[in-house]
Design a protein around this ligand. Sequence first.
Ligand code: DGL
Length: 273
Amino acid sequence: MSQEKRIGIFDSGFGGLDVTRAIVAALPEYEYLYLGDTARAPYGDRSQETIYAFTKQAVEFLFAHDCELVILACNTASSEALRKIQQEYLPRYAPDKRVLGVLIPAAEDAMEKSSGKKIGVIATTGTVASGAYTRELAKFDQGVQVFQNACPLLVPIVESGEQDSPETFTVLERYLAPLLREHIDTLILGCTHYGILESQIRTIVGPNVTIISSAAVVPDKLRAYLARHPELEAGLSKGGSIRFFSTDATDTFKRLGSKLFERDIEVEKVSLG
Ligand code: DGL
């Protein structure tokens, strides 16, 4: 049996490579496996039941490939599946393994930085419908006001490489207008793909709204988590490599994934379930 102990990163597709790049840059010493469920993406409009079933299969795959710790880079999976995995699946089937999401780190950072506790969230339909951001933000402060908007057009826009078009700017303006009318002071980019739209979003929201993105937040939170769990950290292999798995190793995954990861990636095709 392999002695490797890795960090697994899961996303519904390749969008999670954005936060993966930031994690690997900040913590280059560990061994990583990235898994994108491209064949079944997007998850954003699927039912909670399906998202849980798919995410569980992905976590099982990563555990079977020597991952001690799995990060759900996907906001939709973090919103719809993480709690059940942590509360029901892990205690029963993998009590020594850990699964973390990207939602709590973003919520925590937003609460630290928000001046007026008026926080906007843009995300997929599934993430917004789950109410997970509202719930997690309220845990820090019951008085927080959360304004959410589902942005179902943004993932297809990014995946078709249209992020810089004038039409995209118009779509973003439409999605952000209801949040700006509420005078939000902080905006959470609650989806893997939205980091790539950050400069357009900044232009629309102006300089006074703090933007929270996974890539900027998760690496430091992960470092702090590992420092709080020295027994886990000491057991992780230090080799500095990363492998990429996808359930549908398409040219798009390679092309857009390489762009998000800022390095050419080779993808190995695997099946889940
Ligand atoms: N990865 C998803 C998220 O962060 C976006 C893409 C999808 O809908 O699968 O919510």
